[in-house]
Design a protein around this ligand. Sequence first.
Ligand code: NAD
Length: 258
Amino acid sequence: MGILEKMSLAGKKGFVTGAARGIGKCTAKAFAEAGADIAIVDLDLETSLQTAKEIAEATGRKVIALKCDVTSEAEVQAMVDAVVEQLGGLDFCHANAGICINAPADEMTYAQWKKNLDVNLNSVFLTDTIAGRYMLAHGGGSIINTASMSAHIVNVPQPQCAYNASKAGVIQLTRSLAIEWAKRGVRVNSISPGYIGTDLVLQSQTLIPLIEKWNAMAPMGRLGKPEELESICVYLAGDTSTFTTGSDFIIDGAFTCF
Ligand code: NAD
């Protein structure tokens, strides 16, 4: 069997959170292109339905859309149950939903801090443990979490202490689960993207003016594209990465190298 065949996700079933648009939409499409059936999971059902239709038409795979607030334990449990029922199982997932609320620490409200931590970190605990429980009981699986280069560096000039702390937490959660589940067939890894040109950046009135400054600091002089994160996620979801767990993959065009 050749390497491309070994990397195929044919017969596998998975879900991606925050998949209506952006990075999640892109990895969901890549998983489907690699042969998997996929659930598009997001707060925004209308866009998710459109995304699911687009990916199903482009790939011929079964692609469903599920509305879910990843900060709600009950909704995440219902979503995982629906994935298993509608797709017929669960082999991998990508916990990717996230937000970025920037404010100087001395002006940040506790509510803003908690919202950032809730959507970016507590949701990953819920998604990973609820999906993980199913995988542990059904022969194993692979979990991919979206962290960020902000887990490794403090971005400047924008003040984003809550985002940075939440993403650092995602990496340590990933490593902790990887160790707990290493002998039980469930692998847990994370990706740490650099600045990527998605709505999170391109539709944010506070972030748009900073793009030129980031590009001036970036060794490659540009933002990354969501497509530049696809193949690592397909690798992590599939069976050529069976010795890879507890790892974080920084994909940032060398932004964090200096
Ligand atoms: P995006 O804003 O384009 O997409 C995020 C999606 O998550 C949206 O569809 C949104 O509806 C959904 N979402 C938000 N809150 C949710 C909730 N409570 N429940 C369910 N869905 C919810 O963002 P993106 O750039 O594609 O970011 C995806 C992930 O990548 C995030 O975790 C983000 O922190 C991370 N990331 C992004 C960048 C970047 O520069 N864009 C860099 C590093 C890491």
